[in-house]
Design a protein around this ligand. Structure first.
Ligand code: DP6
Length: 319
């Protein structure tokens, strides 16, 4: 146990079922669309902040240049009033190869730890608003199960909240296709996607899909949840391909092969729908009962890919 005064917070990562893929204001990190996510139990970040002589960052025991974290701490100082330098010690349990945004859990845990350490009395929504400046997807990692990040229209109105829904036996089969560092960062990818002629149509469609998704969740209709999520994700990736400036794709050959298997699984009667983020990895939306069988089915066909099963997870916690 360290003697130094400090505070630890734990945040779980989340997967967006309705994606955030574009910024209306890149400085304030205001999104072009509202997004909806599921927090995951299996992947999290545990972050401790301690008083120090200067800001520094350690992730999984390795010192980092920490520019993004340092900038974020300064944003918090501007917003909330000055506080002394902090050593940030982060344990990241989001495997790179899972292709899940570790920036979501990292900036949520950091925001919560700094706030508690400084004695700020903030609601989860207020913490979410602050975390947005670190990384957009972090807004949603304060809440258990489902969360909606309302895009809002300015710095004050853009943050996430919990979405209360009836019990849903949702599970994800995470196909860990590649752990290579993203060749196009999310921020860069979004900027490119926003040059697609289809971008405005995606934004308009996304607003409808969010409403449809709320209904599907309220009805605990997992098939419908999967259908909407898959459609939203595929259209997001289509924006990358149709960008007029530096079009690109996160998909590789295995992504396409797994996507074909997802279709084949559906044809066999399984609940199986795909969603992908800023990388080649596919996450298959299914239910708890079928997740293991889907994992085995895929493991037989893709011997080099690792598969995890992920389930709904908790909101922010402190130690
Ligand atoms: C594809 O939150 O990583 O995972 O705000 O620039 O840090 P920044 O982007 P980030 O973007 C995540 C994009 C996504 C979809 C999503 O999580 O909604």
């Amino acid at each position: 146990m360290s003697e130094t005064k400090g505070q630890t917070a734990i945040a779980h990562t989340n997967i967006a079922l309705i994606k955030y893929w574009g910024k209306a204001d890149p400085v304030l990190n205001l999104p072009t669309t509202s997004s909806l996510s599921l927090t995951l139990d299996e992947y999290y970040t545990k972050t401790r902040v301690e008083e120090a002589d200067e800001d520094s960052l350690l992730i999984n025991e390795l010192p980092q240049d920490g520019k993004r974290v340092h900038q974020f701490l300064n944003i918090l100082r501007e917003e909330m009033g000055n506080f002394p330098p902090l050593r940030v010690i982060s344990e990241n349990k989001v495997p790179l190869s899972a292709g899940l945004a570790s920036s979501a859990s990292s900036f949520a845990a950091l925001t919560a730890a700094v706030a508690k350490h400084n004695g700020w009395d903030l609601s989860l929504e207020e913490l979410s608003r602050l975390a947005r400046r670190g990384s957009g997807s972090a807004t949603r990692s304060f809440f258990p199960d489902f969360a909606i990040w309302d895009k809002g229209h300015d710095d004050k109105s853009s943050y996430a909240h919990h979405l209360d829904v009836p019990d849903l036996p949702i599970a994800l089969v995470v196909c860990r296709i590649s752990g290579m560092v993203k060749k196009v960062s999310s921020s860069d990818g979004m900027q490119r996607a926003q040059t697609s002629p289809n971008y405005q149509a995606w934004v308009d469609e996304s607003a409808k899909q969010l409403e449809d998704m709320k209904v599907a969740l309220a009805n605990a209709d997992l098939d419908r949840v999967g259908q909407i999520a898959e459609k939203n994700a595929l259209a997001m990736h289509d924006l990358n391909l149709t960008a007029t400036k530096q079009r690109f794709t996160y998909f590789n050959q295995n992504t396409m092969k797994v996507l074909n298997e997802v279709k084949a699984l559906r044809a066999k009667g399984y609940i199986a729908y795909a969603t992908m983020d800023a990388g080649p990895n596919v996450k298959i939306i299914t239910n708890r009962e079928q997740a293991e069988a889907i994992k085995e089915y895929l493991a037989e066909r893709f011997r080099k890919i690792q598969f995890d099963i992920a389930t709904p997870g908790p909101g922010i916690s402190y130690e």
